[in-house]
Design a protein around this ligand. Structure first.
Ligand SMILES: [Fe+2]
Length: 158
């Protein structure tokens, strides 16, 4: 661990940085999946969903960056190559042959919910280590991505 401006003990900084790196792997994987959906979607919902998926990707890219930089601020490293992510992500692989609009909506809703489960777990770890700043960071992610999950689930209602 590097020196850090944080006042937390090294053991706490390490525990929080480890969980930040888990969420970074999930987030980078999910970002690539959202882009695949953005590129390949077809059907009557295209006009609304194509740009909606892009807003998800832009938001997630910003969160991934914040999560990575928080890990380094705490004195750790941030791991994020495609090969590293492929080995670590807890998000299931995306069926890339999918084209139908509502099928993409369902697949992304499920994956965003899985991503959120991980973020909530990581927030608990940050809470247990007394790192309220990382808790706040994760809460921002949860608030934004729960809203995205709601958009997707609402699109699936008949
Ligand atoms: Fe695009």
């Amino acid at each position: 661990m590097y020196k850090s401006p944080s006042h937390l003990p090294e053991s706490a900084r390490k525990a929080v940085a480890d969980t930040l790196n888990e969420r970074l792997a999930d987030g980078l994987d999910l970002h690539s999946q959202i882009k695949v959906a953005h590129w390949n979607i077809k059907g009557p919902g295209f006009a609304g969903l194509h740009p909606l998926f892009e807003t998800f990707a832009i938001g997630l890219a910003a969160h991934n960056d914040t999560i990575a930089e928080r890990a380094v601020t705490l004195g750790a490293r941030a791991y994020g190559t495609a090969r590293h992510v492929a080995g670590r992500s807890k998000i299931p692989e995306y069926p890339q042959e999918t084209t139908r609009d509502l099928e993409h909506v369902k697949l992304l809703a499920e994956r965003i919910e899985q991503y959120l489960d991980g973020v909530r777990e990581s927030r608990k770890i940050a809470e247990a280590q007394g790192d309220t700043d990382t808790v706040d960071l994760f809460t921002t992610v949860v608030t934004e991505f729960e809203k995205h999950a709601w958009f997707l689930r609402a699109s699936l209602e008949s």
